[in-house]
Design a protein around this ligand. Structure first.
Ligand code: NDP
Length: 340
């Protein structure tokens, strides 16, 4: 082992608004050895996700909030370096909840999924496209959205981890993907490389008119990642019996304790639209099926992706804010260590 200590970010107090380093204690602990039924993992890549911000809050949510004093929860890819659990062999690569730390002791209550051996994909690709964000895109669009060929699908935060995959799956299913994102560079990536039919920059003054022009027949599916003004603007373009896939509301996550987010329901009534929230864990029993199809699309070159990789566990709190500043493209993650 390179190091006999485990550096950890432990939640010190709950953020009301933007997260800072002061919300955590950055501590060093001696590295424990696994007991019977345990395995020790070296963490390699940590996924930074908007939902981490929800876990820092004690509002009612879909998982228990992280408790004050506990290691901050986070998912990622790790390697088994010592094991007294027959499920895990030294050298295995696994994906699951590893936390904001250098090493993780496995917990029997949590499932660490082994990565298939010999996969012709690098670890950041696996974490981004075959991990929780790719699975969110897959089930959110295909199961909740139920897209049909020829439909127009609008996606917010379209150049992000979930959004960039949603738009490409929509195009694979014969839909027109229209992205909303926060820079001209991101718009160019969506239409140039990923094959979106159109993309608009929500920082442009005329973005609402541009969106209307990009959806001349209206919107069949809104894959909503942001909420607020963006949700209301897309709602004003809905077609009769449109669907709103409510995946996330990132514009509200730094809005104080309750993360209040309001929406204009009038167009939803007038257009008899259906709005449905979902959490990717709802589909956990079907992850392998989705990973097989996503993997085939990746290997066939049908799904393009980018990652923004920040190096070093010590930079996690600052890197996390890139999600809220839009200061990154594709999937955001932190590289903690190389596999051995
Ligand atoms: P992204 O990679 O999309 O990163 C977040 C992006 O959101 C930023 O890059 C920025 O992009 C955009 N953004 C942030 N704040 C604002 C704002 N105030 N107004 C407009 N755009 C904003 O993150 P993910 O792909 O990981 O997550 C996307 C959404 O999906 C989140 O809402 C998340 O909570 C949700 N999610 C839901 C899951 C579920 O199970 N329901 C699972 C995983 C994610 P830009 O530059 O384009 O503005």
């Amino acid at each position: 082992m390179n190091s006999a200590i485990n550096r950890q970010f432990r939640l010190k107090y709950r953020p009301e608004h933007r997260v800072t380093r002061d919300h955590f204690d950055f501590v060093e602990e001696p590295l424990p050895q696994p007991g019977p039924g345990q395995a020790l993992l070296r963490n390699l890549y940590l996924s930074l996700d908007p939902t981490n911000r929800i876990w820092m809050s004690d509002m009612e949510q879909y998982m228990p909030p992280v408790q004050l004093g506990d290691v901050m929860r986070g998912s990622g890819i790790a390697q088994v370096i010592a094991s007294q659990d027959p499920h895990y062999q030294v050298g295995d690569l696994v994906m699951g909840l590893i936390g904001w730390q250098d090493y993780t002791m496995t917990d029997q209550a949590l499932r660490y999924a082994p990565l298939p051996k010999g996969l012709p994909l690098d670890l950041p690709t696996v974490l981004g496209v075959l991990g929780p964000t790719g699975l969110t895109a897959y089930f959110g669009l295909l199961e909740v959205g139920q897209p049909k060929s020829g439909e127009t699908v609008v996606i917010s935060a379209a150049a992000g981890a979930v959004g960039s995959i949603v738009g490409q799956i929509a195009q694979l299913k014969g839909c027109r993907a229209v992205g909303i994102t926060g820079s001209s560079e991101k718009c160019a990536w969506l239409t140039g490389e990923l094959g979106f039919a159109a993309a608009v920059n929500h920082r442009d003054l005329g973005w609402k008119d541009q969106l209307k022009q990009a959806c001349p027949n209206g919107v069949d599916i809104n894959f909503e990642n942001v909420g607020g003004e963006i949700l209301d603007t897309v709602s004003s373009l809905l077609k009769l019996r449109a669907r709103i896939v409510l995946c996330g509301l990132i514009s509200a996550y730094n809005n104080g304790h309750s993360m209040a987010s309001r929406a204009d329901l009038v167009p939803i009534l007038m257009k008899r639209a259906r709005i449905e929230g979902f959490i990717v864990l709802d589909f956990a029993e079907r992850f392998a099926e989705a990973q097989a199809e996503l993997g085939q699309w990746l290997i066939a070159g049908k799904l393009k992706h980018r990652e923004t990789i920040v190096e070093g566990l010590e930079h996690v709190p600052e890197a996390f804010n890139k999600l809220f500043d839009g200061d990154k493209i594709g999937k955001l993650m932190v590289k903690i260590a190389d596999p051995q």
